[in-house]
Design a binder for this molecule. Structure first.
Ligand SMILES: Cc1cc2nc3c(=O)[nH]c(=O)nc-3n(C[C@H](O)[C@H](O)[C@H](O)COP(=O)(O)O)c2cc1C
Length: 357
């Protein structure tokens, strides 16, 4: 088998374990501030960067795009590109920067990405993807993985996906995250391409039967830890969650260490919000703005009492000149008030009599 010919390099066991639950790469969303927040909510979950293009790193010298906080580990760098030499160099730079995994984007359908011949359009050229991956593996001391779709345009996913996995795994890749829907490269916006093509979870699950040695994560439309657990029970090795984790980070991450990894204890969004205060202070001291950090925190209390007031205080005030980390504490006070009010109403009987104090 391919995996014996291409032994996985350092870091495999820890990162594969972390990949039981991963937060998907999302451009403009999973920047380092977002990842820091997610890491405070879960110690074990694997985090992905936004996509960084190989040309930007290698030709543009934009190595500042590789900066991350040491507390983010385990963290994977997602690369976009289709030139094996350039991708190999980008993978080498990523590994040297300290990333635990290098991931190749074969799933993103945006126009900009298509124009550079990378992303989902590469589902049509598994030979080139295999060449890119082999070059990246050769250059990278950490594991190289692929995020893909089940097909694009009028491809037949039943034929395309097994062929794709066979060819890319023969090049040495052993771990895949599969967004379980096609991408339409013409006629649908990137946003529509995340919702309109129907999800087909059964096909990637059948791939687990065909390729039992591969680590396969399912992605697309997964909205809760209950669903994530169900997918793991069905036989997937991992679950990757994007939008739900961004919009409701505590719902997905606060119980993840215990429920998905069988370790650690649940985290409390109030405590996590407070841990973000010194982080935000450091960011502001180095010339950044509070809102760059707090914009990722707006959903922290989603589904809980105080969610609206929290979101309102941060979104209305964090961008104001001079806004500092104390705004987080101010917003928290409003949340705690709302929670106290909620508890008060819970302790009243139907006739309005107080049952407990
Ligand atoms: C704002 C946004 C940006 C995204 N950027 C990327 C990206 O850079 N690379 C990538 O592979 N996928 C990207 N995606 C797709 C997600 O990684 C994921 O595959 C998709 O959202 C489906 O998962 P979900 O239903 O759990 O959100 C992006 C998604 C969103 C919402």
């Amino acid at each position: 088998m391919a995996e014996q010919e291409y032994p996985i390099k350092q870091g495999k066991s820890d990162v594969s374990r972390a990949a039981r639950l991963a937060i998907a790469p999302m451009m403009d969303w999973t920047d380092r501030h977002c990842r820091y927040l997610h890491r405070k909510l879960s110690r074990d979950t694997l985090l992905y960067t936004e996509m960084v293009t190989a040309p930007a790193l290698v030709r543009g010298g934009a190595t500042h795009l590789l900066a991350f906080n040491a507390e983010e580990h385990p963290v994977a760098l997602q690369l976009g590109g289709s030139d094996p030499v350039e991708l190999a160099e980008a993978a080498r730079l990523g590994a040297a920067a300290g990333y635990d995994e290098i991931n190749l984007n074969v799933g993103c359908p945006s126009d900009r990405v298509q124009s550079g011949t990378f992303g989902a359009v590469l589902m049509k050229d598994p030979g080139l993807v295999a060449e890119c991956c082999a070059a990246m593996i050769e250059a990278s001391p950490v594991e190289v993985t692929v995020k893909c779709r089940i097909g694009v345009d009028d491809q037949d996913p039943e034929a395309v996906l097994p062929e794709f996995l066979a060819r890319i795994s023969a090049a040495g890749v052993q771990r895949f995250a599969i967004h379980a829907r096609k991408a339409w490269l013409q006629g649908l916006s990137p946003k529509q391409n995340r919702d309109v093509p129907p999800l087909d979870y059964a096909l990637p699950l059948r791939m687990k039967g065909l390729f039992p040695a591969l680590h396969l994560s399912v992605n697309g439309g997964i909205g809760s830890l209950d669903e994530a657990e169900a997918f793991l029970e069905q036989g997937f090795d991992g679950v990757m969650i994007g939008r739900s984790a961004y919009h409701s980070p505590a719902e997905i991450l606060a119980q993840a260490d215990r429920r998905i990894f069988g370790s650690g204890t649940d985290t409390d969004p109030v405590g996590v919000a407070r841990q973000m205060m010194p982080y935000a202070a450091d960011h502001i001291a180095s010339g950044g703005k509070l809102a760059q950090v707090t914009r990722h925190m707006l959903g922290l209390f989603s589904g809980r009492p105080g969610a609206r007031i929290w979101r309102r205080v941060l979104s209305e005030q964090a961008h104001l000149p001079g806004a500092g980390p104390e705004l987080i504490e101010q917003a928290l006070c409003a949340v705690l008030d709302a929670q106290a009010g909620d508890r008060g109403s819970e302790t009243r009987g139907s006739a309005g009599t107080t049952l407990t104090v």
